[in-house]
Design a binder for this molecule. Structure first.
Ligand SMILES: [Zn+2]
Ligand SMILES: [Zn+2]
Length: 205
């Protein structure tokens, strides 16, 4: 397995020893990944926007394509901010070229709402082929709406203080802490970014 490769999510040159191996099922639940992927078709999607079915068809094709990848994704350090995962294990798999548990193709039905939220953000409209959930909450760090069924996490008051002191968090949460959470609610996009940056701080990078 060559040491020099390209990142499967951004296409830039990377090295296996500084990348991560992720199963498809971790990649396709990332709204941040989908936002980036859909940026490349935003022009085409806007043109098709007049034809809602054609636009949904493009969305369906793109998510089916990503979901059908049955080999692990090699993800560079920069793109790793889009995902929430066991970083040490994924690094080891990338280094050895081994296949993480749970790898294989994924049925788009299981992740379409995550991609649809990104489509709405980038293209400006929820895709017609996916049922739109109701909004359940709002991220305390970026104000993103969180749909019901969407992944989210919690950042405790102590953790947030430490992240602010170390620079992992650049700005304090937007709202007062939630008493029932002993901290703040965080969308999956913010969770991935905080996890990746905290890991770098820990590593002294
Ligand atoms: Zn990348
Ligand atoms: Zn957020």
């Amino acid at each position: 397995m060559p040491e020099s490769e390209v990142c499967d999510t951004c296409g830039t040159a990377t090295r296996r020893s500084s990348g991560y191996h992720l199963p498809t099922k971790h990649v396709v639940i990332s709204e941040a990944y989908w936002r980036s992927a859909f940026q490349t078709v935003v022009g085409m999607a806007r043109v098709l926007g007049r034809d809602e079915r054609a636009q949904a068809g493009l969305f369906d094709r793109l998510i089916t394509q990503s979901g059908s990848s049955d080999t692990p994704w090699l993800v560079c350090e920069e793109c790793s901010e889009w995902f929430v995962f066991d970083r040490a294990a994924a690094r080891e798999h990338a280094r050895r070229g081994s296949v993480p548990e749970g790898s294989g193709a994924v049925d788009p039905a299981g992740f379409a709402p995550f991609a649809a939220a990104a489509w709405e953000h980038v293209i400006g409209r929820w895709p017609a082929s996916v049922q739109q959930p109701t909004v359940g909450d709002t991220c305390d760090f970026c104000a993103k709406k969180i749909y019901r069924g969407e992944l989210f996490g919690r950042i405790s008051t102590e953790a947030a203080e430490a992240h602010l002191a170390s620079g992992v968090l650049e700005t304090p949460p937007l709202n007062p802490p939630r008493p029932d959470q002993q901290g703040w609610l965080s969308c999956w996009i913010c969770m991935g970014r905080v996890q990746a940056r905290a890991h770098r701080v820990q590593d002294g990078r």
